[in-house]
Structures are given as structure tokens and as C-alpha cells.
Design a binder for this molecule. Sequence first.
Ligand code: BDP
Length: 736
Amino acid sequence: MKAAGMPGRRAHARPRTARGWFRWATSIALSVCAAVAPAAAEDGYDLWLRYAQAGAERSAQAPRFEQLLAADATPAQRAIRDELLRGLRGLQGRAPALAERVDRAGALLVGTPHALPAIERLRLDLHDLGDEGYLIRSLRIDGHPATVVAANTDAGALYGAFALLRALQTGQDIAALDLRDAPRLRHRVLNHWDDLDRHVERGYAGQSIWDWHRLPGWIDPRYTDYARANASIGINGTVLNNVNADAQVLTPMYLEKVAALADTFRPWGIRVYLSARFSAPIEIGGLATADPLDPAVRRWWRAKADEIYAAIPDFGGFLVKANSEGQPGPQDYGRTHADGANLLADALAPHGGIVMWRAFVYSDEEPEDRAKQAYNEFVPLDGAFRDNVMVQVKNGPIDFQPREPFHPLFGAMPRTPLMMEFQITKEYLGFSTHLAYLGTLYEEVLRADTHVQGEGATVARVLDGSLHGQALTGMAGVANIGSDRNWSGSHFDQANWYAYGRLAWNPGLPARAIAEEWTRMTFGNDPAVVAPIVGMMMASREAVVDYTGALGLHHLMARGHHYGPGPWVEGGPRADWTSVYFHRATRDGIGFDRSRRGSDAVSQYAPAVAEVFDDPDRVPEELLLWFHHVSWDRPMASGRTLWEELLHRYDRGVASVRAMRATWAGLAGRIDPERHAQVAAFLAIQEQEAQWWRDASIAYFQSISGRPLPPGVAPPPHPLAYYQSLAFPHAPGDTQ
Ligand code: BDP
């Protein structure tokens, strides 16, 4: 990522000729414009690491770093030093001088006591910072004001360096710093759903960034920028390939490519992991079975792990999707998920690797209620997994819908480390064209109270291990990264990558604070820009919930590609892949009865939660139709009937998008034209599609409810059949 230079710093020599005068005057005029206008030609590649805007805004009196003391003996140390030089050059207008000792005001010391004697001499208390924490402190050294970023490891120093740059970028006062921070979760990983042919399942940002064909010979510089961006938000692991895995990635030819990526990421504290296909021993190993209890299968995985670690000594481990959506798994041999996970765990254990075994499972038989399956299959296995296994659980019991209750497995497996799986890519929230800030979704889930041990047993506390004393902790985010120049397909989708990383580091961070941080780093510190953008972001996810189906409705999207509305979807291979299975709308009412009188999914939650969810009068209205089948005429808190409330929410959602468009239009001239124009165009698409969701959904639900549209609710412009006839055979991101 290049840091844009400071505008208008060049001295202008006065010309002598008339033509020269004209050119001189024009160049002065242009440089004055450049000094006041927002930076031009922003294509989003620099993400939140632009290192420019805050510098342009900083006053000449602001303290500067004049000297940098940093070790450079290892690739990791050089990465830190170079990032600081790059960042400070952009932010301050000039880079600090590299120095070995402090001899003037404004020294910055970065590193570990071990690597940098100047830090060793400070005798700082680093004992509680662990392997990845850091402290940043303003102090005086030999009478000179200085700043130290210290840690026990290079990784900690790296995170500290990025935290310091963040403080500068967000316009914080750096004269009196005193920060200590360490990650609350140990494994903070991205899950790429990238296929080896560069197709990205549920990817809306172009192709996979992994150019497998040219690896390992060609190391795209983008890989380093990817690692920098991840390190800047604390991500320390990446699963390179799709959970619907191709066994080929475990062959020697691909492992060489994986090793090249691992080498590139290592200085940035990032380990690589791979999705392992459970039937790999058959497909690439020539065995007749993949039975986890078969000795030959066990030997095969051990040898495979040894082979991987010989090439990648810090390989992170395997992610596995087994016995889910047709993927092979231990149940094919009458074994359990624990048998399967432990097979791989045993192979990885001698090398320190872990298994992330997904709980997104459902059996081949049609379930009575798909929401109950993961709990039913996994709770009996609590305590049966090896120490180096984490069970990776999606945030809700169905599938990354715009709103779901928290997954009932959180809190229900006290003897098993559970890892959160969030979706960063917006499969169900408008692909990459809709503006939907997911920080609020993540926050809602992380703060949900499981009540498993009284009040305050939040999902975040299940994850950080404090609730049940787990040492192995983590979070996974399904990446939204692709080959698009702006990485995520849209400028605002970068915020979701950012928010995911910050919450994986500290699940207690407020979504609003993260949105503000990101906005400042991405669009600048002008309060007239920050406040409106943060306002848009904070309201955006609720808008999507409203225009796609509020009040606990879920799984209403079109079949297959999931683009656009499809509340009418029925038939096909499985009932639980249809919309009608989930909304259960009839002439009398709507909603999935998961109460004790229905599927009894409520009983998978702790009693204090179950009691609330079970009662249609107490369950939050946002989840009413998730847990209850109720009459269209049911009175709601607003005084409207349920039918009217649903209509109201559809209209409210569209109105929110319209309001976002107006806010954004008002920012013209304050944002660089390139990014402004693209966001404006995408918001126009979003408004159109929100309207489409609203119209199609109302047309459909009215055909079922038979209720009239109250005054003020516009009838859909087309008959239901029109919406049902729309087809999008090449919508992006579909499964192959
Ligand atoms: C669903 C996606 C599908 C994934 C699946 C999973 O539609 O493409 O393979 O999740 O998480 O949401 O395994």
C-alpha cells in the first residue's frame, strides 16, 4: 500500500517570463486546491492504512517522532520498522531518523527488551502482556520526551506499533500515552472460502487473491499488504481454502505453494491453516477408507501432518466441515464428530497444531427443526474432544441470517473450547453492494447473555474462556476479501473486515467506537464527515433486517445464489432449504413455532433464556417469528397488528436506505470524488434492491395473509408472478 504524499510541500521558484508567470500562478492555485481538497484518486487499496489524511490535518505544533529506535535483526523486526517509517512519513510529513540512542526530543523506541537494549534499560513491567500484548508509554529518557512501544515478543511489538499508528491516524493526543493491551482471544482467524480455481464461494469481491497457478514462483506483493492489513487489526491466522474442501490442497504440489504464503505472512504474525477434506486419505492417499478408527487412516494423517510441518514449521492446523451439506465425515463410518476431530488432533498434536471442527452440521434426513441439529449432535460429545480441538460454532443456529438469536451451543458445552464463526462476507445482507455494517450484528451476539451460570454469562465470556476456564480460545470470520482493487468489493465492506478483527482481539469493544475508528482512518477526522458516516453505519444493519424481513423472519432469500427475495421458495431436494419451511405463513398466521408447544428449540437455552423465548409476550419482538407462530392480527407494542407492523418495517427499511443516500450525497466535496461516486452508486443500487425486497415480500405475504394494505402503504407495482419470474443465473458467489 503506498502512502499518499503530503500535498503542496514543494517550494516554488518565481519564474521570469510571462508564460512562466502564468504557469507559476496556476501551479500555486493548484497546490492551494490540493492542500484543502480531499486526497484524490483513492481507489480503496490502502484500506484503513492510508497514513495520509490525519497527517494533512495535524497542526505544525503537534509532537513529532524525530528518531526511531527499533531492532532489525529479523524479518518481523524489519516489518515493524518499515511500517513505522511508512506510517510516520505519511502522518508527519517526514519519517523519523533511524537512531541507536536517544539524543533529542521525540524518540520512539519499539521492540522487546531482549532485542533492544534501550528498552531493556527502562525495566518496564511487561509480565501481564503475554505473547501478543504491548504497552505504549510516554516518558522521558535522559531528559528528552520519548515514547516507548514495548512487548515480550516481536508480535506484541508489531501490534503495539499498529496501535500507535492508529492513535495518530484517529487524531488522538500522543503526548501523554499510557496504554496496555493484550488480545482476549488466542486464535483470531479468517476463513477464506476460496477454491483452488480462484472461484470464491459466497465471494463478492472478484476472484480469490491466492494466485495458486503462479505460486510459489510469483509472490504477489498484495500478499504482504494482506498480511499488513490483518496484522494491523490483530488477526493472527488464515485458513486459505474453502470449507467445502478440495483434497488437492494437501498434495505436495499445493503444500509448496502454501509454504510460500506462510513465509510471506510469518513476519506479520500470521499462521496459515488449511481446510481438510475428511476423505482425503481415499482421494489423494489411495486408501479404501477414511474411517477415523482405521489404523492406516491414522497413519496417513500423521504422515501428512509431518510432511506439512516439515515445510511449514508454524502451520496452524486444520479446519473441517464434516457431515454437513453432503461433505464426507466420520458419520459415514458410524463414528462421531469427536472421533473425526480427534483423529486429526492426534496427528497435529506433536507439532502444536489445532483442529477447528465446525458445528455447522446437519444430517441427511430431513429434520423436524434444523435449528436444533448442531446442539443435538454436539452437546452429547462435550468433554470427548482432545485438548487441541475447538468446536467452531456459527453465531446463530441457522445460517448467518440478518438476525438470529445466539446459538444455543454457546454455554452448553462447558468442557469444550468453542470458537465463534461470523460471516464477514455478506451472503445474506446484500452482497457487496449494500451498505451493512456488521459491527452491530457481532456486538449483539457477543453481548447476548446465555445465563448458563446466572447473569452476565455473555457469549463473549464463553469465547474468551473466562466462563468455563478454557485456555484455547478463538474467533473465525468468513472473509470478504477478493482480487478487487478495494479488496472487499465495496469501500464500506472494508469496515466489516476491520470490525471483525478488532472484535476478535477484544470482543468487548463497542461497535460504535470501532465504526468511528474505522471512519477516521478511512475517510479522515473531519467531524462533519465522521459523525454522519458513523450514523449511517450504525443504522445500516437494522435497515437490512427491515427490508428483507423483520420480527424474526429468516431464510427468505432466493434459492442457490441467495441474491434477492424468495419468500415463495418451496420444493426441491430438502424442505429445510426452502423459505416456506422457515416462515410457515398461512392464512391465519406466520412464524416457526419453536416454543415448548412446537419444536421445543427454546429448551436448548438455559432456563432463564428459554422462559423468555418461549413466551410470545416476553420474547423480544425482533425474534417473535423465530420462536412463535402467531396470528397476523396479533397486537404489537406499537399498537399495530403484526401484519401492519411487518409492512411498516419493510417501508422503514427502504426509508433508511433513502436517508443513507441523502446523508452520503451531503458529503460530496468532503470525500475524494472516486470513493464518493462509487459509494453513491452502490447506495442507489441498494435503494432499488431494498424496494424490490419490500415489494416482492409484500406481494407474496399478502397473497398468503389475504389482509388489505392499510392506507399509506403503497401496493407493490407488479403482481407476485413478476417477482417470482425474475432469474439471475450468473449471480456471483454461488456454489459451483
Ligand atoms: C452457507 C453457504 C454455503 C456454505 C455453508 C457453510 O450458503 O455456501 O458452504 O454456509 O457454512 O451459508 O458450510
